[in-house]
Design a protein. Structure first.
Length: 425
């Protein structure tokens, strides 16, 4: 009996090593292709977007005097006669230069609306959270300078993106603009003390997250109102962003609002797109934890066969371990081509069929279809499916472990282990 347990333990260790190799291979494939595939998705769909608040400014010419400086002409170090004259110092005369100084105008009011349509893209073992976004903003600037020539600058959120249905208006009238340094520039006459409303609307596409940047470092905003609509329920705000001041359920998504009368903050406004279940990392994680499920299965099988007097040779356990391993191996390479859920069902059916058809020949159909199939369904299928529920995997495994321990203690409470492990004549 002791030799049999040692042989089973050896089989368990060998299978666990195979699972570690398989899990490492899956994660290596995932990490190796992630950056390349992410760049491909970004080049065809778009990258993360960060929409900065527009600015308006006037320019004035300022004349500055740049002071000269005394400089000595360096000479190589050499031995000189005592009366040899020292090199004379040279000086650069002072000069004047004319520079352009930007005088920013205050942004008195912001009204913006953002709509998101989430649309996933799969590349290899990973899903990428791509989205379509429509932006419509109106910004009120007040000319507090003496100049009446005002430049309005609206930064575009990403260089690697497309902008469809782009509309730029000033006080309700279409405005001519030019593109310079990833920004829309338009110039207009605005008398001192007057205000102008700049409106910009566009449709674009992005990846993973979207942000609205209030300003550089700590920014001050007045009369700010941004409304965001999503077509997804699982909303999340990225790090260093402000939470919405108001949230309302809107069909399958949310209506979120950020409204401030006078805000001073170094944070941004943003939305992180929900991530879909990732086939590659999920398959790798299940493979890494597979030895735990096999340990439970072997323990239950050993207890049941001991109670019922069924003789399972260590070679039988080796084939059962191989059937367990086939589940993870098949799923790891199916997720490249089909849905993770379909791959999970196919791999489960194949593994259970291998175990049942094998034990039907070794022990008998009753044991194969009842005890063995039930144990494999619990400790392979349900155990692995717990990884689909993010945040509840550890709790599910803990509950399963406690229930297994309870069942084992109840089944073996009357067994005399000294007799079981006694050497047979």
């Amino acid at each position: 009996m002791v030799k049999r347990i040692v042989a089973i333990a050896f089989i368990f260790v060998c299978t666990s090593i195979a699972w570690l190799i398989l899990g490492s291979t899956i994660f290596s494939r995932t990490r190796g292709s992630d950056q390349h595939l992410r760049d491909r998705v970004g080049s065809t769909w778009g990258t993360s977007q960060a929409q900065q608040a527009p600015v308006a400014y006037t320019e004035r010419l300022e004349t500055r005097t740049v002071a000269g400086s005394d400089q000595s002409i360096p000479l190589p170090v050499r031995r000189r006669a005592p009366l040899e004259p020292q090199p004379a110092a040279t000086s650069t005369p002072s000069r004047t230069e004319t520079v352009r100084i930007r005088v920013p105008l205050p942004l008195d009011q912001t009204r913006a609306a953002v709509n998101f349509l989430l649309d996933y893209r799969q590349k290899g073992l990973l899903w990428y959270s791509t989205y379509a976004v429509s932006f419509d903003g109106a910004f009120k600037f007040r000319n507090t300078t003496s100049s009446d020539s005002v430049v309005f600058e609206f930064p575009l959120p990403a260089a690697q993106a497309v902008y469809d249905d782009l509309r730029v208006t000033l006080n309700g009238a279409p405005a001519a603009y030019e593109i310079k340094n990833q920004a829309l520039l338009t110039t207009a006459r605005l008398p001192a003390g007057d205000s102008a409303m700049l409106s910009v609307a566009y449709k674009s596409q992005g990846l993973n997250d979207w942000r609205y940047v209030l300003g550089q470092d700590v920014a001050s905003v007045r009369d700010f109102d941004l409304v965001m609509h999503t077509n997804f329920d699982d909303i999340d705000f990225p790090e260093n962003t402000l939470s919405a001041t108001d949230k309302q359920k809107d069909g399958n998504g949310w209506k979120l609002q950020w409204k401030y009368a006078n805000l001073l903050s170094g944070f941004q406004i943003g939305m992180a797109m929900p991530e879909k279940l990732q086939p590659g990392p999920l398959a790798g994680q299940i493979a890494f934890f597979a030895p735990v499920s096999l340990l439970f299965f072997f323990a239950v099988m050993f207890i049941i066969t001991t109670i019922r007097g069924i003789d399972l040779h260590p070679m039988n356990y080796a084939f059962l371990a191989a059937a367990f391993f086939s589940f993870h191996l098949l799923m790891a390479y199916l997720v490249d081509h089909i849905s993770i859920h379909v791959a999970f069902l196919i791999a489960s059916a194949v593994s259970i069929a291998l175990v049942v058809s094998y034990l039907r020949l070794v022990v008998g159909p009753r044991f194969a279809f009842r005890e063995a199939a039930a144990a494999q369904f619990i400790y392979l299928v349900l155990f692995s499916y717990a990884f689909f529920f993010k945040g509840f995997t550890g709790l599910a495994i803990t509950i399963g472990s406690i229930l297994t321990l309870f069942a084992a203690m109840q089944l073996t409470g009357r067994i005399r282990w000294s007799e079981v492990f006694a050497r047979q004549p």
